[in-house]
Design a protein around this ligand. Sequence first.
Ligand code: AMP
Ligand code: MG
Length: 404
Amino acid sequence: MEGVPYFIPVEEAQSIAFKTPPLTADEECDLDRAHGRILSQDLVSKVNDPPFDNSSMDGFACRLNPGAIYPLTLKISGVVAASGQEGTNVLGEGEAFRIMTGAPMPEGADSILQIERCEVTADESTVTLLEAPKPHFVRKMSENLTEGEVTLKQGTLLTPSRVGLCATMGYATVPVYKPLVVGILSTGDELKAPGSELKRGEIYESNSYGLAGLVQWMGHKAKRYSSVNDSMDALRTSLDAASDECDVILTSGGVSMGEFDYVRRIMEEEGDIHFWRMKIRPGSPPLFGTWKSTPLFGLPGNPVSSHVVFRMLVAPYLRRALNTEGPVEWKVRAKLCDKIKSTKDCLTLRRVTLTSTEEGMMAHQPRHQGSGNLESLASADALTLLQPGQSGDVGEWIDVLVIE
Ligand code: AMP
Ligand code: MG
């Protein structure tokens, strides 16, 4: 593997992978199905929001007279509801309109007094305002959005409120990226599908399920293949199928230095490796390259490692491919309450639980940190982002990555 970057910092590994992005495509999507999708184009508002001046209160609309003395009695000249009906109401001198939330302001009115501060006569002919009406209860035309303005940018993840905003802007369908199809191939002779009987020496295959969850969490389609035996022929057949059917391939296992680490070997001999190994603990063995021009991440076999490497390498890659920030992961500061074993040259991701206190976030490490211990990840709230050289001593404030 001469000339292939070897055991490089995580950022360098990311930027090498970024140079070989997957092909993306877009499609129009009904708003009903838009939640969790990513915009493939900027969205310009088709309307002003609000489209007309209207009331933010149930009450009375009138004209504010700076010289007036309160209580002040005005003639009620009509009722305006949020009815969508056309036609304009015109306010006369000494008059007020009964107005409902969302109803258009009558012409000549500039302020609202909420109903609680108004007294209406039994015959509803007059109203007495107990105090001055308020201009700030008028929602002005286009104070939220202006027609023609870019409101949501390409790459925006459509959260529930953003899906609603698309409707506010007048869109029934929106342009979004097609989910990428991510193939997941686990490798290892010892792996058995969960549900089957285990013989001595065998374990249940778990990585493909965890990785599929991560792929779906990122909004893409996971295509899980049956696990592949440690043989060059079996691997070649599966990789060929995955490269035909998928936009990106993830393998797990078989990328270390062992004799049976066939993913590394087949990629070396028949594929194209762009880097091998990165400075991360756990999870230093990964490789990235292409198999028949399909981008391929060779993730480590240890369950915690495959997960951590997905978060630090594959997730940034998939985000980058669609120019999106989503889904957002929170990096927060936390104080170490247990000693974390750090390393001189690697980014160290240990599994911690978090408690929020008045002093800030406290991080505990309650479990043993073997990279085969998936339970330590399943019970954790966050991963430490302990930089090379940071001590990991009790009392140190560090960044942690909050995980779902
Ligand atoms: P490898 O990288 O293939 O040497 O695997 C490292 C360790 O992870 C071994 O203990 C494997 O048994 C385990 N392992 C590999 N792949 C999986 C998998 N898909 N699910 C669960 N454990 C795995
Ligand atoms: Mg293996």
